[in-house]
Structure formats: C-alpha cells, structure tokens
Design a protein around this ligand. Structure first.
Ligand code: PLP
Length: 431
C-alpha cells in the first residue's frame, strides 16, 4: 500500500513518510492507493470476533509491513482499551458513545493511534526528535497531549487561545508535564493556527527541528476512526435492518473514515452529515456548488469549520461524482436553538443526556428517518456531556455529575507558558 497526494497522483510515498510528514510536499492530502475489500466471511463472523482482532484486520492493510503485525496488534490494543457502547435512545435510534476514552472525546482514538505509530517509526530512526506542533480550539489539544504523553522521541507543543477554552479542556492541556508543553496565546484560535502554519514554513525552525502536525489531515489520525463503524455494526447486526449512521461533522474526518469502512464492505446503508450553521457541505449537497463559508461560533464549537479539509477525500471516495455522492450521503444543518430543543427532547423522552454535538447528529438522523421508517439509525455521540457542562446544564435545567477522573483533573496544577506573538513561538522552538 502506498499513499499519494490528492493534488498530484504522481506524488507518492509510504505509510511511515505520510505519517511523519502529515501533508504532502505539494500541500495535498494523502490518500491510500487502494481501498482493500474485506472477505464476506469477516462480516459473517464479526460479532463473534475479538474486538482487537477485528480492528487489526481492518487497519493492517493500510499500514502494510511498515509496522510488524505483533507491534501493530499492541498499538491497536492500547488504542482501543475502553468501551464503545451503542445505547438505545428509542426503538429506531441508538447513540454510539465514543467518549469513554481518557479525554472524553472521540479524538482519543486517532490521537493515540497516531502517537503510537510515530513513536514506533521514531524508534527505528532515532537520530532526530520529532516535534508535534498543534493549535487547538479545545478538544484536539487534550486528546493529542494525552495520546503522546511519554512517547519516546516526541515532543508536543500545543498552542491554545487564552481564556477561550473550557476549564476542563485547559486542565487537560496544561497539567500533564513530561514531553508536553502548553503555550497560552494572547489571542483567538485563528492566531494560534496562523502561528503554527508560519512555523511550518519557517526554514530557520525546520532546519533545526523535524515538525509534524496532528490534525485529521494526518492519515494515522484519520484512518483508525473507521473502527467506530465496525464497532457499531457488530453490536447492531442482529437487528437485520439497514443501518444508517449520522455523524456530527466539522472537518469531516470522522465521517470520511466511515465511508472508507463502507468501501471495505461494511454494510452501512447511508451516511448523514449533520452540521451546525457552518454548512458548506449540506449546501453543496443541495446545489452541487462547493463554497467555503465564513466560520460562525456555535454551541457545538468543535464543528465550527467553514471549509472542511477532508471533503476532498470524500469526493475522491465517490469518484468526484456529485450524483454518486448524493446517493450515499445526505446533509442537514441545524441552529443552536434547534440543537437545544433536541437536547431537551432526548432528555425528556428517554432520560438520555446528549452533548450539543451528539444532539446535532440526532437531529440529522431524525430528519432522514422521517422518509425511511424501515431503517435503523445510529448517531455518533462524539463528546461526553460534561465537556460542555454550561450548555448542557443550562439547557436541561439539571446538574450533571462529574466523572471521578475529571474531579481529580480539576485539582491538578496548571503549567503553561504565555506567548503573545510569532516571535515568542519562534524563540521557544529555537531555544
Ligand atoms: C472534532 C469533533 C467533531 C467533528 O469531527 P470531524 O472529524 O472534524 O468532522 C465533532 N464533535 C466533537 C465533540 C469533536 O471534538
């Protein structure tokens, strides 16, 4: 298996190089040269298979022999060491809970898998330390920091906007120590993002340090998300109804990984992309014209993305054919008011507490199922409700109990370095 740049099919590389570099030299996103098909026997016995064996079978074709099977098995086991239950919300809808990992967000799986792969490649080639440089608006930073904590040969530098992340998120970024450094930027998320982009192009820095990114552009963060869909299917197979999956989407990495699973043969009948008012993709599905939107802040802020990077991968999967795409994907957008109404509806009807992102997924699913009553739907619950505590408590008029590990986290001592300009970042990286 090799990977090529979506900007130029002749620009090819190995899995390890794609992971270490993150993005192709021509700035294109890497895409696998082929999507392997799994045999029918795999799906016939999937519910009896050991979870880690199933995951290993699904992911190993994308890694090839660049990581030995025993090592890859260890990586899969440490990545997937928590539960992914489908919790029934009503008789036609289930919530696939992806938030039982260490930072309570679904990004834990991709971040851990990428960290372990990079750690392995580094052992093989230990002459140069790698610096993972990330800007975060909240969730990504915590998952990345946690995934990379203690990984040999890797230093992680996280930039976050001062006063613009929640208390839980800030504690997750700033209390780990070891190989993790948090830089508290006097500015907004876009300032953090701009500084990171500038650093990647700054040869004074790149001559001295090997920099890589850890967002869903990286194939090692993007591809393992396909496993969620296998995990959902194996729990729901006995229902024998066509399975549709609604994904609350921002950068569209998660849903795109699900589409890869479907191409491998996983019986998913249809995908539903649910967004907040940052609706470039639902608008494209209506009109056939793609236009980035200016980002609007919402209560489901991990999805405040105006120009989703992974959309080019989705188009590639469906042969850049608009009609073909529309047969596999529906898209809906929802306002914050609609999202709050949905959170209340889910809570009063079933006692289930959804976070604002999951609630957007639920709304998309409901909309689609109106015309497809014979199907069964799952929405992905991408974050634990306590990560968005203020919104959840004020919307539902109820107190949400903090998990024990969050209580412990809030007591830890914060360590961060304040910076206010690119010059500060550069000085830090060159020191
Ligand atoms: C990142 C994130 C999303 C969006 O996922 P994409 O892969 O970027 O579409 C949705 N919900 C939560 C809670 C997230 O952290």
């Amino acid at each position: 298996m090799h990977y090529y740049s979506l900007s130029n099919p002749n620009e090819t590389t190995s899995f390890s190089k794609a992971v270490v570099n993150g993005i192709a030299p021509d700035r294109g996103l890497y895409f696998p040269s082929e999507i392997p098909k799994l045999p029918a026997s795999f799906f016939e016995t999937i519910e009896q298979m050991d979870v880690h064996e199933m995951a290993l079978t699904a992911i190993e074709a994308f890694v090839g022999d660049e990581i030995p099977r025993t090592e890859l098995k260890r990586i899969v086991k440490t990545t997937l060491d928590f539960e992914f239950p489908v919790v029934p919300v009503d008789d036609q809808i289930g919530s696939l809970e992806l938030f039982h990992g260490p930072t309570l967000a679904f990004k834990d799986v991709g971040a851990r898998f990428m960290a372990q792969c990079l750690g392995y490649f580094n052992q093989q080639n230990s002459d140069q330390k790698v610096t993972v440089l990330v800007a975060t608006s909240g969730d990504t930073g915590g998952a990345v920091a946690n995934g990379f904590l203690g990984v040999e040969g890797i230093e992680v530098v996280i930039l976050y906007p001062k006063g613009k992340v929640s208390e839980v998120q800030e504690q997750q970024l700033t209390t780990l120590g070891q190989n993790i450094t948090a830089l508290e930027v006097d500015g907004v998320f876009d300032d953090c993002q701009d500084m990171v982009k500038t650093a990647f192009l700054d040869t004074e820095i790149t001559n001295q340090r090997k920099l890589t990114s850890a967002n869903s552009i990286n194939v090692a963060r993007w591809l393992p998300q396909m496993l969620y869909y296998f995990l959902a299917y194996r729990q729901l197979k006995k229902k024998k109804q066509p399975l549709v999956v609604a994904v609350p989407s921002g950068n569209f990495g998660n849903i795109c990984a699900g589409m890869i699973a479907q191409q491998m043969g996983l019986p998913i009948d249809h995908f539903i992309a649910a967004t907040n008012v940052n609706d470039a993709v639902p608008s494209y599905l209506e009109s056939g014209n793609y236009q980035a939107v200016k980002t609007t802040p919402t209560i489901s802020n991990a999805m405040d993305v105006g120009d989703p990077s992974n959309f080019v991968r989705i188009q590639k999967i469906y042969g850049n054919d608009y009609k073909n795409l529309c047969q596999h994907l529906s898209g809906y957008r929802f306002t914050d008011d609609e999202t709050r109404v949905a959170m209340k509806e889910i809570y009063t009807q079933s006692g289930y507490i959804a976070d604002p992102h999951g609630a957007v997924g639920y709304l998309g699913l409901k909309e689609y199922l109106k015309n497809h009553p014979e199907k069964y739907g799952v929405f992905l619950e991408t974050a634990h409700p306590v990560k968005f505590l203020d919104t959840v408590e004020s919307t539902l008029q109820t107190k949400v109990e903090l998990p024990q590990r969050i209580k412990a986290l809030l007591k830890k001592e914060k360590q961060s370095t304040p910076i206010s300009s690119y010059a500060d970042l550069k000085a830090y990286l060159l020191a």
